[in-house]
Write a protein that binds this ligand. Structure first.
Ligand SMILES: [Fe+2]
Ligand SMILES: [Fe+2]
Length: 292
């Protein structure tokens, strides 16, 4: 529901974000690849040729494709080969994942007190957990769930890298009140990281399911037809905190949305199963730190 205070927040957000100079853009090749993949007549060779224009990105994609995390059998040496074996959709998700690390990875710069290493661990951990939950639930969009988990706190990276003064204010409130990062943002800025991240996903023209995962990961039931995926990301975020994998900027564990829990038909047994597999999956995810 849009209220007077929502409109006020959105205006503030727009003003704040408009002030950011040098906001990252996804590699240009992503636009070209998305365009090519929308055409059913596009061949694997055409996509391969487009990606090779960005050598650094192409090598990251190949590193991921051949990693234990994706676990594809046999060595894959070219993007064309990857598409033939894995299909367009899988390769598209891997290209997007690599481009996120290319654009936002790296530990340089940023607000000093925010622990960016722990933050990336939280993001990767949430992605890994979201992927595990969706696999266990036989929800077929597990690659999309990984990306949703990886990106859910996108707005915090923007605060960290491009709005250090605003980040200072948030961290100050967070420390004083020992509250959730989200509540500290509300108090300090009247704008929260889900809104900032949601705005950026629109600007980047990311797929709608991903945009919903970023924008509604704290309120999954607002995400309409994407409620299943967003509920998975919501619960993965909370489990990640409960398991102390990295840090999202605070040490408080938010309450699980009951409706999201019911939607996934989540059970204690399922959590135990996820917990028993997660260490191995996290070990395999070490590859993401190698491509940052
Ligand atoms: Fe969040
Ligand atoms: Fe989070």
């Amino acid at each position: 529901m849009i209220t007077a205070s929502t409109i006020g927040s959105q205006e503030k957000l727009k003003l704040a974000v408009d002030r950011i100079t040098g906001l990252p853009t996804l590699p240009q090749v992503i636009t070209e690849i998305t365009r090519l993949m929308q055409n059913p007549r596009t061949s694997a060779e055409e996509v391969g040729k487009a990606l090779i224009m960005d050598q650094a990105l192409a090598s990251k994609v190949l590193k991921l494709v051949n990693s234990a995390f994706y676990g594809f059998p046999g060595r894959i040496n070219t993007i064309t080969h990857a598409i033939v074996i894995l299909g367009f959709n899988t390769v598209k998700n891997i290209i997007l994942t690599a481009s996120i690390f290319e654009t936002l990875g790296g530990k340089g710069g940023g607000q000093k007190e925010f622990d960016i290493e722990k933050f990336w661990l939280h993001s990767i951990g949430t992605g890994v957990l979201a992927r595990e939950i969706s696999k266990k639930l036989n929800f077929k969009f597990f690659e999309e769930c990984f990306l949703g988990g990886l990106l859910h706190d996108l707005g915090k990276i923007i605060l960290y890298k491009f709005m250090p003064e605003e980040m200072d204010k948030v961290l100050q409130v967070q420390k004083e009140e020992n509250c959730l990062f989200f509540l500290a943002e509300k108090k300090a800025l009247d704008v929260t990281h889900d809104q900032i991240g949601g705005w950026l996903t629109s600007k980047w023209n990311l797929p709608e399911d991903l945009r919903n995962a970023v924008l509604y990961h704290h309120m999954p039931m607002l995400s309409g037809k994407y409620a299943m995926m967003v509920s998975i990301v919501h619960i993965a975020d909370i489990l990640c905190r409960a398991l102390c994998i990295g840090s999202g900027g605070d040490s408080t564990i938010p309450v699980v949305d009951e409706k999201a829990w019911e939607k996934l038909k989540f059970s204690r047994q399922l959590i135990d199963k996820i917990y028993s597999d997660i260490d191995l999956e996290l070990e395999k995810a070490a590859v993401f730190f190698q491509i940052m």
